[in-house]
Design a protein around this ligand. Structure first.
Ligand SMILES: [Zn+2]
Length: 158
């Protein structure tokens, strides 16, 4: 009994002190996920299998998009796809953040299909977890949603 009480107290203490590495990009919650439409992994697209590199979070155009962690703006701008495998087909932001697993500064958060990019979200700018960095849009998509993905080691499109 004595043991149980102490364990419970320690548990609640560590929860209160816990640093939240990531929050969800739309509702800002550390533990309640945003509504998800397509998850990471294989999917059928136009009757063919392809591999979805991220997750799609449906939301109306103009919904605020938040920085999921403190980081630096690695890239932000309008669609810049010039050839297959190069650039993005929609307004996008990439944040460079510290990987909470290994402490390395090589984790990239990719946000696509944006309607707008917030003022001050420019190359090299620092953002804080929870900051509004842009808004949900529908560019290069069939319905308004935020496409989000993590890229480890480099921001390049594979
Ligand atoms: Zn997507």
């Amino acid at each position: 009994m004595k043991h149980k009480t102490r364990d419970a107290r320690q548990k609640s203490l560590s929860r209160a002190q816990r640093v939240v590495p990531f929050i969800w990009p739309l509702n800002k919650s550390p533990d309640t996920p945003d509504e998800m439409n397509t998850s990471y992994g294989p999917r059928i697209d136009a009757d063919r299998w392809d591999f979805h590199d991220g997750i799609d979070l449906p939301a109306s155009v103009g919904t605020p998009v938040h920085a999921m962690a403190d980081g630096i703006v690695h890239r932000a701008g309008p669609a810049d796809k010039t050839e297959p495998g190069q650039g993005f087909g929609s307004t996008h932001i990439i944040l460079k953040v510290v990987d909470p697993i290994d402490g390395k500064d090589d984790l990239f958060l990719v946000y696509l299909h944006l309607d707008s990019i917030a003022e001050g979200v420019i190359l090299g700018a620092h953002v804080h977890q929870g900051d509004v960095i842009g808004t949900v849009g529908q560019e290069d998509a069939q319905y308004p949603h935020l496409h989000f993905e993590f890229r480890k080691g480099g921001p390049e499109i594979r």
